[in-house]
Design a protein around this ligand. Sequence first.
Ligand code: AMP
Length: 310
Amino acid sequence: MSSLPILIVGSMAFDDLELPTGSFKDVVGGSATYGAYAATSFAPVRLVAVVGDDFPAAELSSLGARGADAAGVERAKGKTFRWAGRYSQNLSSRETLDTQLNVFADFSPKIPAEFQDSPLVLLGNIHPALQVRVLDQVSRPKLVVADTMNFWIEGEPAALAAMMKRVDLLVINEEEVRQLSGEHNIARAAAGVLKMGPKQLIVKRGEYGALLFDASGAFFAPAYPLEDVVDPTGAGDSFAGGLLGYLAEKGDVSPLALRKAIMVASACASFCVEAVGPARLAGLRRDEIATRLDAFRKLQDFGGGPLPLR
Ligand code: AMP
């Protein structure tokens, strides 16, 4: 059976990164870019984004070669969106140094007619009103997944509330869940967010993995304990891309498929952080993902059979 197509809407960007290993300028990035590179290991991607006239055609060709259809990538007059960030020495935190919206400032996503029947939709981190505008243009997807960030939680609470009522699965980080709910305890914070609209919530906890909360209960996926983490940029987006990629390949969005997908997502994120920018994801092979999933299984294998004390 062939994989279902995934509509991915988000940013395509140039990032300036200050990492413990050095400074890197004009690294191609953006939520849609990372999401698409991860998802194309599993399923065809339909990309919707905006770039300026300075964005390299080679990057779109590289995404195209992996199976991302860039028919929805608008090339506008002007400069591509830019983001600059500085990471702490241990990579556990980062600070945004600069955000230049450029062509993103006037962006209104237009979903090409041939993308409007997309069964799976990934709304990357963009203005929540734009995320809603995307949903207004698609017909009854099986699953809508959205990301957001502190910037919108603080600045656009009404638009964010409207967006959350329209999505099935929200994938955000721990701080954002706390901020959104006003609760510190993660289980309580998750319960609070689930009352705001989404039926499922994934809380990303960086090197401490990710937690899913849904009607079947809670599920935990570890992050792979890598010795060399180079650049965490895009880990969240490649997590979401891998997650939807797996669900698209299986054509299944059941609670069990979602639990398997989170392990795949965590594997994709672990590759993302191994290199600066999306370089590692751009050449990622399925057998490499499979090998890392074996390693994940080993991480939690303590012998099978009945649990100790049972
Ligand atoms: P992540 O590390 O998963 O949070 O994603 C990092 C990517 O998000 C970078 O490549 C940035 O270009 C992009 N990004 C940062 N801020 C924004 C924003 N306000 N809107 C859209 N994309 C952004």
